[in-house]
Design a protein around this ligand. Structure first.
Ligand SMILES: *[C@@H]1O[C@H](CO)[C@@H](O)[C@H](O)[C@H]1NC(C)=O
Ligand SMILES: *[C@@H]1O[C@H](CO)[C@@H](O)[C@H](O)[C@H]1NC(C)=O
Ligand SMILES: *[C@@H]1O[C@H](CO)[C@@H](O)[C@H](O)[C@H]1NC(C)=O
Ligand SMILES: *[C@@H]1O[C@H](CO)[C@@H](O)[C@H](O)[C@H]1NC(C)=O
Ligand SMILES: *[C@@H]1O[C@H](CO)[C@@H](O)[C@H](O)[C@H]1NC(C)=O
Ligand SMILES: *[C@@H]1O[C@H](CO)[C@@H](O)[C@H](O)[C@H]1NC(C)=O
Length: 358
C-alpha cells in the first residue's frame, strides 16, 4: 500500500474510476497519511466485472447509517456482502493473511465487485431525488460502502436508500439531517450524547430511545464505541445476558476489529439509532486498546517482545488495523490525523462551533 490514493486514482479508466473512487472507504482514514489507503489500481486490476455479484447473492447485512453532516452534504454508509461471507469465525490470525480474510477455510481474496446505487430525497417515497450516485465495494474494505451525498439543503431532513445495481435488492430506508448553515439562526438543536458503549456490560436501549421518540437531531459519540477485550469475563460478563461479542478473544488483527464492529452492529437499538439519526463520532482509546498512546497501550510490559508480539501483532500494525476498521464501519469523513492518532473533527452549527478530539 505504498501508492497514494491520488496517484493511483489517475491510472483508472474513466468509466470505472467514478464508482471505485466514490466509495470513501478505499481512501486513507487520515488526510495526512495517504499511504494508509487501499491501492485502487490493484483493486481495479484484480476485480473481474464479468464476475460481479448478482443482487440475489448479496445482502445488506448491517442496515444503514449516516454521519458527519454539513449544511450541504452528509456521509451515507451501508454494508453489502456476499452471503457466503464468514463473519462468524472465531480465529485470530498471525503472520501473513489476505487483507480481507473470509475465515479459516477460504484463503483467496474475492475478485467479484459489488455495485450499489444510492438515492436521497426529502420524502420516503423518493418522489424527487436530490442526490444520487453509484459506488463499488469489495472484500478489500470488508464490503462496506461509504459515500458523500452532496447538493443538499441546510438543516433539512432527508431519506436515503441503497440498491444493488441492476436488481431489486434494497437496503432499509435511512433518515438523516443536514446541519444549519453557518449564518442561519436556529434556536434549538437536540443532541444525544454517548460514550463508553461496552456490549457485554448491558443493553443498548439508550441508543434506541431518542430514535423511537424522535427527540433529537443528531447523535454525538465521544468514543469507546467498541471495547477490545475478550468477550466474556475480561470486562463485563456477556454470557449472563447472551451478549458475547465476536471474536471471542482480545482483538488484534484487522479481521478481529472488523468482526467486533460487525457484532456491535447486530444490536437492534444501535442499528435503529444509526438508521434514524446522523452521527458525529470520534474515537477514544478502546477503539484500539486500553489507554493507547503513540507507541503502545496499558497492558504492555516494558520489553521489546511485549511491543512486537502481544497477540502476535506488533503495536503499530494493531493500531493500523483498529483505525482502518473504525474508518470502514463508521459513517465518518476522512479526518486530519496526526502521528499520535489524535482525531480532530469540527462541525459547524449556526453561530456556535462544536469541536471535539479524543
Ligand atoms: C441478510 O441480512 C439480514 C440482516 O443482518 C439478516 O437478518 C438476514 O438473515 C440476511 N439474509 C440472508 C439470506 O442471509
Ligand atoms: C469460539 O471460541 C471459544 C473459546 O475457544 C469457544 O468456546 C467457542 O465455542 C467458539 N465459538 C465458535 C462459534 O467457534
Ligand atoms: C474447514 O474445513 C475443514 C476440512 O474441510 C472442516 O472440517 C472444518 O469444519 C471447516 N471449518 C469451518 C469453520 O468451516
Ligand atoms: C441538485 O439539486 C437540485 C434541486 O433539487 C437539482 O435540480 C439538481 O439536478 C441537483 N444537481 C445534482 C448534480 O444532483
Ligand atoms: C424488479 O421488480 C420488477 C417488478 O416486480 C420486475 O419487473 C423487474 O424485472 C425486477 N428487476 C430485476 C432486475 O430483477
Ligand atoms: C507481561 O508480563 C507478564 C508477567 O511476565 C506476562 O504474564 C504477560 O503476558 C506480559 N504481557 C505482554 C503483553 O507481554
Amino acid at each position: 500500500m505504498k501508492l497514494s490514493f491520488v496517484s493511483v486514482a489517475l491510472s483508472l479508466t474513466t468509466l470505472t474510476s467514478a464508482s471505485w473512487t466514490k466509495n470513501i472507504n478505499y481512501r486513507s482514514p487520515s488526510e495526512n497519511h495517504p499511504g494508509m489507503g487501499i491501492a485502487l489500481h490493484k483493486v481495479n486490476k484484480r476485480n473481474t466485472p464479468g464476475k460481479a455479484f448478482y443482487g440475489s447473492q448479496l445482502n445488506f447485512t448491517h442496515g444503514v447509517a449516516s454521519g458527519d453532516p454539513l449544511s450541504s452534504s452528509v456521509i451515507l454508509w451501508t454494508r453489502v456482502a456476499p452471503m457466503m461471507d464468514d463473519v462468524n469465525s472465531n480465529s485470530t490470525d498471525s503472520g501473513y493473511v489476505p487483507l480481507y480474510y473470509h475465515g479459516p477455510n477460504v484463503t483467496a481474496v474475492s475478485t467479484a465487485p459489488a455495485c450499489v446505487n444510492f438515492k436521497v430525497a426529502r420524502t420516503s417515497d423518493f418522489a424527487v431525488v436530490e442526490s444520487s450516485g453509484t459506488a463499488y465495494t469489495s472484500s478489500d474494505i470488508d464490503y462496506t460502502v461509504k459515500v458523500e451525498a452532496s447538493n443538499l439543503t441546510a438543516y433539512t431532513r432527508y431519506y436515503y436508500q441503497f440498491n444493488v445495481c441492476n436488481s431489486n435488492v434494497s437496503s432499509p430506508i435511512g433518515r438523516t439531517k443536514t446541519t444549519p448553515d453557518v449564518n442561519d439562526f436556529v434556536t434549538k438543536i437536540g443532541l444525544a450524547i454517548y460514550s463508553c458503549s461496552n456490549y457485554p456490560f448491558g443493553f443498548f436501549n439508550a441508543f434506541g430511545n431518542p430514535a423511537r421518540k424522535d427527540s433529537v437531531d443528531y447523535v454525538i459519540h465521544l468514543g469507546d464505541y467498541i471495547y477490545e477485550y475478550a468477550g466474556d469475563g475480561d470486562y463485563g460478563y456477556g454470557a449472563s445476558i447472551d451478549r458475547i461479542p465476536k471474536p471471542y478473544g482480545v482483538i488484534y488483527t484487522l479481521y478481529d476489529y472488523r468482526a467486533r464492529y460487525a457484532t456491535y452492529r447486530t444490536d437492534k437499538d444501535l442499528l435503529l439509532s444509526h438508521q434514524m439519526l446522523p452521527w458525529i463520532a470520534v474515537w477514544d482509546d478502546h477503539e484500539v486498546a486500553d489507554n493507547t498512546y503513540r507507541d503502545g497501550e496499558a497492558d504492555l510490559n516494558n520489553t521489546e517482545a511485549s511491543f512486537v508480539f502481544d497477540g502476535g501483532v506488533a503495536v503499530e500494525q494493531r493500531k493500523m488495523n483498529a483505525v482502518r476498521a473504525y474508518f470502514e464501519w463508521m459513517p465518518i469523513r476522512q479526518v486530519e490525523m496526526d502521528d499520535s492518532e489524535s482525531h480532530w473533527h469540527v462541525t459547524q452549527h449556526s453561530t456556535c462551533t462544536f469541536s471535539s478530539s479524543a
